[in-house]
Structure formats: C-alpha cells, structure tokens
Design a protein around this ligand. Structure first.
Ligand code: AMP
Length: 218
C-alpha cells in the first residue's frame, strides 16, 4: 500500500506515520527527517536546505523531488510506503506521479489530517526532540520520564529550531498558501480520505487503521 499523509505542521503526521508504518510494515519516507539528516551530516543539500528550513519556507522542489524519487523507486518497498511531508505543492505531486508511473506504482490513498490551528500551535510549541536519536516528545501531551532527557537513549531533548513561535507562524502560512490546495487536487483524483488531526494520537491511529481496513488496504 502506498500512502501520502497530508495536513498542516503539527497535525501529528510524523507520530502517526511511525505507528502506522510499524503496524503495516511499510516504509516511512519523511522528507523533513531526510533533510534534517542531511543538515546533521553537513551535506551540500543540507547546507542549502537549512537556510529555507530555518525560515519556515519550503526547500526548493528540485532538491526534495530528487531525494524522494530515488527513494520511492527503490526495490526495498515491496509492502509499500507512507510519505510524510511530501508532496507539499502541486508541482511536487505531479513529479511524484511521474516517478511512480515510471516504476509501475501508484498512490492508493491520501490521508488528510484535518487539524485546527489551535491544535497545530499547541503541538508544535510543546514539541521537544532528542538530539541523538530524533525521538519526539511533548512537554504536556507526551512528557519524557526525566525532564530534558530522552527515554530511549538518554540524549538531550531540545526544541527544534523551526518550532520557535515566529517560524511556526510562517510554516502555517506557507501550508495555507502552497500545500492546502493539494486537498482538492487529491479529492479530484478520488483518493482523498479524511480523519481529524485534533484527536489524541491513540484515537488518531485507531481511526486511520479502521479507514485503511475499510478501504481494503491492510
Ligand atoms: P517537516 O518535518 O515535514 O515539518 O519539515 C520541516 C521542514 O523541512 C519544512 O518546514 C520545510 O522547510 C522542509 N521540507 C520538508 N518537506 C518538504 C517538502 N516536501 N518540500 C519542501 N520543503 C520541505
């Protein structure tokens, strides 16, 4: 099964993606994670991407599309994949279709996490991430056992640079102006399904899983 998760920053895409990909044994492809990895490694792509990410802007399409195209055409995706954070505009969506066509694949479903702005802001402003293993926590919704310390690897927990207030505002504006139109784009293709991103993560997982089963995808 080949899935796209769509929704504003703070909709819970990353957290949901982790549980769904584990449950259905499909690959998790997160462009945000891949870009952050490139930044950490000091790769050329990472250096360019960081300038955009720190401002809450989209990284240029050519960079992101080339990383995704290489990944979705990989042989290791026999059970399928879940794309998290990609596509983010219609050009990326068209290029994704082309890459999939070339390898005889197609998208089965686009899951839209319809999320209020209040939820997005609450999730992003309280999010803390591990500098070592990238695990995510939340100051109130999912606090670590020890303050400031990762439950899994004892790494230090910090706020992501782009989760600061001004950048969060910009990311939400960028979503409205560049990404939201993908809802209609995929509606017209007949593959858009919706669940509420305002649900807590366990409920969200249950709703998504039930929907996949109803759609005959499990
Ligand atoms: P995310 O972790 O998905 O919220 O992404 C963090 C940042 O990475 C975004 O604010 C963008 O700067 C960049 N990014 C991630 N995915 C994309 C994409 N598909 N197109 C352009 N930029 C992206």
């Amino acid at each position: 099964m080949n899935i796209v998760l769509l929704g504003p920053p703070g909709a819970g895409k990353g957290t949901l993606a982790k549980t769904l990909t584990k449950e259905f044994k499909i690959a998790h492809i997160s462009t945000g994670d891949m870009l952050r990895e490139a930044v950490k490694k000091g790769a050329d792509i990472g250096k360019t991407a960081k300038k955009y990410m720190d401002r809450g802007e989209l990284v240029p399409d050519d960079i992101v599309v080339s990383i995704v195209a290489a990944r979705v055409s990989g042989e290791d995706l026999k059970n399928g994949f879940l794309l998290d954070g990609f596509p983010r505009n219609e050009k990326q969506a068209d290029r994704l279709d082309n890459s999939l066509n070339e390898t005889g694949k197609k998208l089965d479903l686009v899951l839209y996490l319809k999320t209020s702005q209040a939820t997005s802001i609450k999730r992003l402003s309280g999010r803390i991430v591990c500098v070592k293993c990238d695990a995510n926590f939340h100051l109130t919704n999912m606090p670590p056992r020890r303050k400031g310390v990762c439950d899994y690897c004892a790494g230090k927990l910090i706020q992501r640079d782009d989760d600061r207030e001004a950048t969060v505002k910009r990311r939400l504006t960028v979503y409205e102006s560049q990404t939201r139109s993908l809802i209609d784009y995929y509606k017209q293709k007949g593959i858009l399904r919706e669940v509420s991103g305002d649900l807590d993560i366990e409920q969200l997982f249950k709703s998504a899983k039930m929907l996949f089963e109803r759609e005959g995808l499990s």
